[in-house]
Design a protein around this ligand. Structure first.
Ligand code: ADP
Ligand code: MG
Length: 225
């Protein structure tokens, strides 16, 4: 395995009122380039926290996370924001599309931070929408789409900047099984044919089985399932 994510001794402690919550407890993990990793575990076991640390949304209390050549846990806030914009695509359970923007405009949003011509943006947006099989819905608003279609637009938005990592937190949690399968097939294609490293949190063993490997968290620690 050619590891693209190298995590060592990661812990995250939240302080709340009088108590301390160990959301992550000494997690070490390698994730290969192009791997589709499923992350399972009971509610509160630290899945989202681990995903957020890998994606540079959250910082650990101790430990390190390297992605490619970058020691993510050593970046300052502005370096971290730049790195995230260039490297990570996010997919959320609740899609998080902007309701007043069309599918096209939602997917275009991350590109507005980059210095691209409108014709270049258009080409990238349509390529991403074609990849999720929604080129014909480009002018639809989110409310004019099914939940499954909304999530596919959200995937197009996540990948339009060609990030190396795609992280998805319960991406099929709000979908019926047919829509979920379409989303999972796309995530699998991203890892298999586009070489993206995909990390997906899920409660659903069937969804997890689309991945190339499943790991389990239990009370902030990696377990064997
Ligand atoms: P999961 O995604 O597996 O359900 P989380 O990573 O969201 O779990 O949370 C792990 C633990 O950390 C839980 O006990 C949760 O209550 C706690 N936690 C998460 N985020 C915060 C926060 N911002 N402040 C305090 N505690 C938190
Ligand atoms: Mg969670």
């Amino acid at each position: 395995m050619d590891p693209v994510v190298i995590i060592r001794g990661l812990s995250k402690v939240y302080h709340q009122a009088e108590s301390e919550i160990a959301a992550l407890n000494n997690v070490s993990l390698d994730i290969g380039r192009g791997e589709f990793l499923s992350l399972m575990g009971p509610s509160g076991s630290g899945k989202s926290t681990l995903l957020h640390v890998i994606a540079g949304i959250d910082r650990p209390t101790t430990g390190s996370c390297r992605v490619g050549d970058v020691m993510v846990t050593e970046l300052n806030d502005s370096e971290l924001a730049d790195w995230r914009n260039q490297t990570v695509g996010f997919v959320f359970q609740s899609f998080n599309l902007i309701p007043v923007l069309t599918a096209f405009e939602n997917v275009e949003l991350p590109l507005l931070l980059m210095n691209l011509s409108s014709s270049e943006r258009r080409r990238l947006v349509m390529t991403a929408l074609e990849l999720v099989d929604l080129a014909d819905r480009a002018r639809h608003l989110p409310k004019q789409l099914s939940g499954g279609q909304e999530q596919r637009v959200a995937i197009a938005r996540a990948i339009v900047t060609d990030p190396m990592l795609v992280v998805a937190d319960e991406p099929t949690g709000n979908l019926d099984s047919a829509s979920a399968d379409a989303v999972l097939e796309i995530l699998r294609t991203l890892s298999r044919t586009a070489g993206k490293t995909v990390i997906m949190v899920t409660h659903d063993p069937r969804a997890a089985s689309f991945g190339s490997r499943t790991i389990h968290l239990q009370k902030g620690r990696l377990s064997n399932g």
